[in-house]
Design a protein around this ligand. Structure first.
Ligand SMILES: Nc1ncnc2c1ncn2[C@@H]1O[C@H](COP(=O)(O)OP(=O)(O)OP(=O)(O)O)[C@@H](O)[C@H]1O
Ligand SMILES: [Zn+2]
Length: 458
């Protein structure tokens, strides 16, 4: 899943919670070329990671539906549509259809099935089927109708049936096409509300037709603007990036992702970090937006920061990963977490601070060296003396008294000497983590650098 289809799943789950409904999972795996067991596994993994638990599907051990297990049921429905004259076999090959499409496009017309097989006489059809000619099944769209529905997001919609063209409901390999399986299953499963991306808008009149022909109820449909990437193109599997898998691997927390997505194309009344229940209480169809939403990494990082802030120390310790944990001395785990928490968005930031705190020698860049020189060697000699006098709690007070430096002119060079950085976690929390020996050594080295002794000679 990417952020786009994750948001679709989230909004459906939230709508179910907000409205006392159920959130169903149906794996649409009838397209053999595009369905692999691994895709299903990773889909389930992504949903679980996001915390989007689906309500159990009656009679299904895994708790969800799989269209590949419903072939017999679809088969009956195909037979009914054929019998009613609402469907007919189509023998056109991919090449035939491509050629027509090219001609239509060249003539400036929208591509549409030209109806080649619509009026084949029953005998010809029977003969061609007997010969084993591959055939798909097309839905016979009634002429001259206006199809209307009230979109939950976009309001009243209408489509001319003449613009639709007869569409494939069963592929030539016998499997149910997306339009058919999806529309029919929603009706059969008692689905009342469908939220999906607006790339599906033009499917809706077709699905309404199929449902009507089979005497099935229609769900209510709502079509959401797609989320676009930095390049302006809608996120998609092919687009590649921003997959749940990648975000998870980078260390984004599920709470950050759902809080970010719940505000993408949906207005929430507050800026608090919520769990799913809280987001569900605040979710409403009236708060859905109509403009395309652009992915904004800064917003995602904002919610990530909030989610990190709300995580327990133990959870963050796990989250950092084994590589970072190995850098932190025994017993210092929770103090390390407490110190760096405000400065960490992703585990790589924690790695950065762990390296600074617990690895020697500390790299000193030219900017840092300039700060040390400006403070001068006397400052660091005084600092070393203040430090070696014991009682770390009184260290900076003693240094202030000894040097007359206070505020930034005291803490800035001290921070640079101890961390090599101009900014970072609270110094009072870092000093105990560094430990006596390392503080002593870093002050000594800062004194040398401040005196102009090149960093390569000691
Ligand atoms: N960029 C997007 N923004 C918002 N919703 C999206 C986006 N892309 C897909 N969706 C919605 O997510 C749901 C699942 O879509 P689907 O898995 O077909 O998306 P996809 O990744 O674009 O697929 P593909 O890349 O195979 O076209 C649908 O409701 C679809 O409309
Ligand atoms: Zn045909």
């Amino acid at each position: 899943m990417h952020l786009g289809n994750a948001r679709t799943a989230l909004f459906n789950a939230l709508l179910a919670r907000a409205g006392g409904g159920r959130f169903l999972l149906r794996v649409e795996d009838t397209d053999r070329d595009r369905s692999e067991a691994a895709f299903e596994t990773s889909l389930l993994e992504d949903l679980r990671w996001l915390g989007l638990a689906w309500d159990p599907a009656p009679g299904h051990a895994d708790g969800f539906y799989r269209q590949s297990e419903r072939a017999a049921l679809y088969s009956d429905l195909f037979a009914r549509l054929l019998e009613q004259g609402d469907a007919y076999p189509c023998f056109c090959t991919g090449t035939d259809l491509d050629r027509v499409r090219q001609e239509q496009l060249a003539a400036g017309r929208p591509p549409r099935y030209p109806g080649t097989c619509r009026h084949l006489d029953p005998e010809t059809v029977a003969q061609r089927l007997d010969r084993g000619e591959p055939a798909s099944l097309r839905f016979r769209v009634p002429a001259g109708e206006t199809l209307r529905f009230d979109d939950l997001v976009r309001g009243p919609q209408s489509f001319a049936s003449d613009d639709l063209g007869d569409f494939v409901i069963r592929r030539s390999d016998g499997t149910a096409a997306f339009l058919f399986g999806n529309g029919v299953d929603d009706a059969l499963m008692g689905v009342t509300h469908v939220l999906r991306g607006e790339d599906h808008l033009s499917n809706t009149p077709r699905q309404l037709l199929v449902q009507r022909a089979l005497g099935l109820a229609h769900p209510l449909y709502g079509h959401l603007p797609l989320i676009v990437g930095q390049d302006g193109a809608p996120l998609s599997k092919r687009h590649g990036s921003l997959s749940m898998r990648d975000l998870r691997a980078e260390g984004y927390l599920p709470g950050a992702v759902i809080n970010y997505l719940a505000r993408l194309g949906h207005h929430l009344p507050d800026e608090n970090l919520h769990d799913l229940a809280g987001l569900g209480r605040a979710f409403g169809l009236a708060a859905l937006g109509h403009a395309p939403a652009r992915f904004d990494v800064d917003q995602l990082r904002h919610w990530q920061r909030a989610a990190v802030g709300a995580s327990s120390g133990a959870a963050l310790w796990e989250w950092l990963g084994a590589g970072v944990r190995a850098l932190v001395p025994d017993g210092a785990a929770m103090d390390f977490i407490a110190a760096i928490r405000p400065n960490v968005v992703l585990p790589e930031d924690a790695r950065y601070w762990a390296t600074i705190l617990f690895r020697d020698p500390l790299p000193v860049n030219p900017d840092a060296e300039a700060v040390l020189r400006e403070a001068g060697p006397e400052f660091f000699h005084a600092a070393a003396a203040a430090w070696s006098a014991g009682d770390p709690g009184a260290f900076t007070t003693r240094l202030r008294q000894a040097t007359g430096h206070k505020g930034r002119s005291l803490f800035h060079p001290l921070r640079v000497a101890l961390t090599g950085e101009a900014d970072g976690p609270e110094l009072g929390r870092l000093i105990p983590l560094l430990g006596t020996a390392r503080v002593t050594e870093r002050l000594r080295r800062a004194g040398l650098l401040a005196a102009g002794v090149s960093s390569s000679t000691h």
